[in-house]
Design a protein around this ligand. Structure first.
Ligand SMILES: [Zn+2]
Length: 233
């Protein structure tokens, strides 16, 4: 697990390329005043590995943790990031309050899969990712916004919503020419997906902007503007 510099202040630590692992990558906007980490990792153990990689790369400790949306593989590592302010869209705060109240354990995951077999891929990945529930908590954001926010270190947040998650937010780093897309244009999560659901290419087209050179989704390699344009059709 390693950070590499994408452009300017933006560093990426990719997730597991195996889709069955359901492990999102994370990004860091490095800043001496306090870095911004975008997404938390899929578990406390994953977050600790990311934190070690951050230190190995010599990047300043994060002061803000931004959620691109409320899905577990982006937020379950939050409880292992000390001293950060958690920033997220207000709809996600409500959803995460409900997630935080669930009695997470391996037994609970098994019961849920028995009740709804479509949850199996996601819930098995969760059981595999979390070794111990002792130090585990789902943390809703404490700083929320409705449409947009700007962090003091020049990082812009823009709510885009969409069918993947109602709270999907893109993160813009104008000085580095990078737009972080999260999962915003992906189809709905597997247990809610219909056979003809595909990526929301219209959403990608609307986001393309000549001021941004890089477009980064959470579960794939970064795209240049030309690649993103080709992808969007
Ligand atoms: Zn997602």
């Amino acid at each position: 697990m390693q950070f590499h510099q994408l452009a300017g202040r933006v560093w990426l630590c990719p997730g597991d390329p195996d889709p069955a692992a359901v492990q999102a990558g994370v990004a860091v906007v490095a800043d001496e005043r306090g870095s911004v980490i975008i997404d938390a990792g899929q578990s406390p153990a994953h977050a600790r590995e990311i934190r070690a990689a951050l230190h190995a790369a010599g990047l300043p400790e994060p002061r803000w943790l931004v959620y691109t949306h409320h899905h577990w593989d982006h937020v379950w590592g939050a409880c292992a990031w000390p001293g950060v302010e958690i920033v997220g869209q207000v709809t996600g705060q409500e959803l995460l309050r409900a997630e935080a109240a669930r009695p997470w354990s391996h037994r609970y995951l098994r019961e849920q899969v028995r009740a709804n077999p479509r949850l199996a891929p996601s819930f098995r990945a969760r059981a595999f990712a979390v070794d111990s529930w002792d130090d585990f908590a789902v943390l809703p954001p404490t700083r929320t916004f409705t449409d947009a926010d700007e962090l003091p270190v020049g990082v812009l947040l823009r709510h885009v919503g969409g069918r993947h998650a109602p709270d999907s937010t893109v993160v813009l780093v104008p000085d580095s020419g990078v737009m972080l897309l999260g999962d915003s244009f992906y189809p709905p999560p597997a247990h809610l997906r219909e056979p003809d659901d595909g990526p929301d290419l219209g959403l990608v087209r609307r986001l393309l902007d000549d001021d941004y050179d890089w477009y980064v989704a959470s579960h794939s390699a970064p795209m240049t503007r030309a690649q993103a344009r080709a992808e969007a059709g």
